[in-house]
Structures are given as structure tokens and as C-alpha cells.
Design a protein around this ligand. Structure first.
Ligand SMILES: *Cc1c(COP(=O)(O)O)cnc(C)c1O
Length: 484
């Protein structure tokens, strides 16, 4: 970008020259017929490098990001992304790769390193979560869920099982029922018991021969670990159904417990939430799917294999595959950053991630108990869910508290999710924050609780620190719908 802009501003459009191709690039150049060549260079805007730098620097400062502020957005895991991951992902050999480059050509090894990363990442994920094989192609958690449920459907079809239903707890992420129904199943919702976990009696009643799978989030969206999971897995398996793990939030389990050992048959992992890749605003993500042996034949195509001579290749020929679920090989940049992060931390580092993620969430829960209510008052995992019901009695709702936090320089936690908690605020501190930062957030929450008691009316005018103040969300939604 800067090269083009600079050359043009100095020597005019005619001075623009294409960068020189390397020999390797020349050998795989596409042969485009002359008639499709443009006669004139593109009519690009004339801007100086300084104008461009100012524009993007200003834009970047309008962004709320982990690099600037505390961001305890529950379930989304906005943790710090180490810069070494960015640096390696930006290396020319990775960043300039084209997915259509040949795997091996004339002794050249144009994509061998990239294929090796995919191959080794699959092995690492198998080891971390206790599965037998992984597919890295799904582009997000929700896409991983859909892929996983399609694998379950392919398995039951092959076995000749007539299955029509998927059971999902009422605390589940909205993508769970969406994925199950897109894959063709009807969804049955199971209530949450007083311990914050799936009601076992209700599950027992709902389990019949038509149940294809039970989809569980572990730890669940209340931030709680289900200690009856093995028993639950046995029940599910005894009805010839499979157990799916929504592993979007793996931070509490890393290096401690493997869903594959707990009885789960299929799971997805959100690389962007667990293995530190920048995400938000809808992308980019990566939701690899791991499976036990029985489901390997149905995995999407293509698969990276390691040949006897040590080279890597893409293998397409599989009879029972569910087919292509994404163009090419997934969100490669996210996979690569996660791979760097895993190698950098190692086994011991990953244990420390889960230790500190859980410690930080419990610290916040313990210190906020005097001011807010916690409907499931148990030790939590990587996140805690409070209810602002005490504040709501005075007219200060979770939404108002979220807006007040913006004025205090914090990104609000996730609000009104999980749906089963009234006035829910779901706080995920992540392991990367210091005690000083956690204390500052806790102080802000205490200050808000005090103000809610004394001056509840003030909250409706918050936030005051943003250019537009409180958005009229109803009007914004209506405007959007009527402008379509
Ligand atoms: C984030 C999340 C998902 C969806 O992941 P995306 O990458 O946003 O599609 C699914 N389940 C849970 C529990 C999540 O937290």
C-alpha cells in the first residue's frame, strides 16, 4: 500500500511498477489471455502516505481493544494476544501464500511448511482434548458445531439408526440449537437444575431411541463444571446417542482435563477464544472439530497426510466424507497464530493458563458477593455469572450497569446471557489480567452498586463519555429494518 502510494505521489501514475516476481512465483503464474489485460492502470485515489497513516491511526484509536483496555466479555474470552503470534503470522512465507500454490513442484517446497503446520496442529489438538482426529476447516465456533452435528448425522445414517432429535440444555449458547436444526434435527430443551447443571431426571425422561445427540457446553455457560459428566455420558451412550461438547471455552480445562476422556464423542474448539487470536466484530475465527475413531471416516475433505518420505500432502479421496465445508483449508492465519501460542506455552504453560483463568474468575466472584447476587453460588471455572436483580429493584438494570462501566473505561461484561439468569452479567476476566486490573474493575462495580442505591435515576443518562450518549436501540433496529 505505502509503496504504491509513495511512488505515485512522487512520479505520477505512469511511474507505478509491478513488484518483481521470484522464480518460484513465476513458475506458478496463471496464464491469463492477453485480451483480459487492462489497458490503463486502475484509477486509485491519490493520497499521500501521511494522509493514509493518519486515517488508519485515527480509526484504530476509535476501537475498543484488549491492547488498550480491560475487556471482561464473558464467553467471548477477550484475552491478550501475544505479539509473537502476529509477527510469525506476518512472515512473508506464510502471509503471501496462495491456497492454489502446488504442494510440491520441481523439487520446490512451496507449501510444505504450511501443510506441516496444519498436520501438527491437528495432532496437538488431539493431545490437548483427547480426541482421535481433528479437522481444522470450520471458520468459527458455530461452523464447527454445524460440522460436528453433520458428522453425527452421517454416522447415524451409516449405522442405519433412525434419529430425529438433539437435546440441548436451556443454558446453551444460541448457536447450539441453530446448528442442530440446520443439520436437520428437531431440538429439545432440557432445564437446568439447582446446581447449575443439566437436570438429570429430565434428561432421563427425554432420552429415547430417536435422540441423535446431546450437546453440552463444558464448562457450561454459567461457568460451572458438571461433575456428573461421566454418568451422563453413559446414559447418553446407552441410548445409542452421541455426546457433543461445545468446547468454545476451553480455558478452564487446558492441561487439566480432556473432554475426550470424559466421554464426549465429538467437540469443537474455538481457537480464537482459547489460543489467543485477535477476534471480535464477527471474525476472524476458527472452530476445529475433533472426533473419536468411529467418526473419522466422515470428516470433511481434504485431509493433510504425512507420507513415508516425510513430505506432506492433501488427500481428497474419502468415500464417506460429508464433503467440503469450507473453501480451501479454514482460516489459516488464525490456525497459525494458535499453533505458535501452543508451542510457546507448552504443557506447563497451558496448565498455568487454566489455573489463572479460574483463579481470577473466582476472585471477582468472591469480592462482588457483598454487592451483587450470584444465583448459582458455587466455585466457578473461567467465568462467573452474577445477577443485577438487587439493583433492578431500584430501576438500575444490567444494561444500565454496562453503560456505567463504559464511562469508567471498562468494556462491559456480556449481559442478559445465559438466558436463564435474570439480569445476567457474565464476567470472564481471563488469565492475562493482573490483580491490580481486577481490583480496579471490582472497585468500579462496587461504586456502581453504591450509586444504584443512592442515585438510581442518574443511570439512564449513561454513558456520558461517548460522542452519541445512550443509543436508542429500538430506533436503530427499526431504522435498519425499514431501510432494507
Ligand atoms: C462463542 C461461543 C460459540 C460460538 O462461537 P463463534 O466462533 O462465535 O461462532 C459457541 N458456544 C459457546 C459456548 C461460545 O462461547
Amino acid at each position: 500500500m505505502s509503496r504504491v502510494v509513495f511512488e505515485k505521489s512522487v512520479s505520477g501514475r505512469k511511474g507505478y511498477t509491478l513488484p518483481k516476481l521470484t522464480e518460484a512465483e513465476k513458475s506458478c503464474r496463471l496464464r491469463i489471455p492477453k485480451k483480459y489485460f487492462a489497458k490503463e492502470p486502475p484509477n486509485l485515489p491519490e493520497l499521500s502516505e501521511l494522509d493514509v497513516v493518519r486515517h488508519f491511526t485515527n480509526l484504530s484509536q476509535k476501537n475498543f481493544s484488549v491492547d488498550r483496555n480491560y475487556y471482561p466479555l464473558g464467553s467471548c474470552t477477550m484475552k491478550y494476544n501475544p505479539k509473537i503470534c502476529e509477527k510469525i503470522a506476518a512472515m512473508d512465507g506464510f502471509a503471501s501464500l496462495h491456497p492454489l500454490l502446488p504442494q510440491l513442484r520441481g523439487g520446490g517446497m512451496l507449501t510444505q511448511g504450511a501443510l506441516q503446520v496444519i498436520y501438527e496442529m491437528e495432532q496437538l489438538l488431539c493431545e490437548i482434548v483427547g480426541m482421535d482426529a481433528f479437522c481444522l476447516q470450520p471458520m468459527a465456533g458455530a461452523h464447527g458445531e454445524l460440522t460436528g452435528i453433520m458428522l453425527i448425522a452421517a454416522y447415524h445414517k451409516k449405522m442405519g439408526n433412525r434419529k430425529t432429535k438433539v437435546l440441548i440444555p436451556d443454558s446453551g449458547h444460541g448457536t447450539n440449537p441453530a446448528s442442530a436444526s440446520i443439520a436437520g434435527y428437531s431440538v429439545v430443551s432440557i432445564s437446568t437444575g439447582d446446581d447449575g447443571c443439566m437436570d438429570m431426571d429430565e434428561l432421563e425422561k427425554a432420552l429415547d431411541s430417536e435422540v441423535a445427540a446431546v450437546m453440552l457446553t463444558s464448562p457450561n455457560t454459567l461457568g460451572l463444571f458438571n461433575s456428573h459428566i461421566r454418568e451422563l455420558a453413559d446414559k447418553v451412550h446407552s441410548h445409542n446417542a452421541l455426546l457433543y461438547c461445545d468446547g468454545a471455552n476451553l480455558n478452564a480445562l487446558l492441561g487439566r482435563c480432556r473432554p475426550g476422556d470424559l466421554g464426549f464423542d465429538v467437540m469443537h474448539v474455538n481457537l480464537h477464544k482459547t489460543f489467543a487470536s485477535p477476534h471480535g466484530g464477527g471474525g476472524p475465527g476458527s472452530g476445529p472439530v475433533g472426533v473419536k475413531k468411529e467418526l473419522i471416516p466422515y470428516l470433511p475433505t481434504s485431509v493433510v497426510v504425512k507420507r513415508d518420505d516425510g513430505t506432506y500432502a492433501l488427500e481428497y479421496a474419502k468415500d464417506e466424507t460429508i464433503g467440503f465445508i469450507a473453501p480451501f483449508y479454514g482460516n489459516y492465519g488464525v490456525i497459525l497464530r494458535a499453533y505458535v501460542y501452543i508451542l510457546m506455552l507448552g504443557r506447563e504453560g497451558m496448565r498455568r493458563v487454566s489455573e489463572n483463568a479460574v483463579l481470577n474468575a473466582n476472585y471477582i466472584q468472591a469480592r462482588l458477593k457483598d454487592a451483587y447476587s450470584f444465583p448459582y453460588d458455587r466455585r466457578c471455572m473461567h467465568e462467573c455469572v452474577l445477577s443485577a436483580e438487587r439493583q433492578a429493584e431500584k430501576g438500575v438494570h444490567a444494561l444500565d450497569i454496562a453503560k456505567a462501566l463504559i464511562d469508567m473505561g471498562f468494556h462491559p461484561p456480556t449481559i442478559y446471557f445465559p438466558l436463564i439468569v435474570k439480569e445476567a452479567m457474565m464476567i470472564e476476566p481471563t488469565e492475562t489480567e493482573s490483580k491490580e486490573q481486577l481490583d480496579a474493575f471490582i472497585d468500579a462495580m462496587h461504586e456502581i452498586a453504591r450509586q444504584a442505591d443512592e442515585n438510581p435515576d442518574d443511570f439512564k443518562r449513561m454513558p456520558r463519555s461517548t460522542p452519541v450518549g445512550r443509543l436508542d436501540e429500538l430506533k436503530a433496529t427499526k431504522d435498519m429494518i425499514f431501510s432494507l
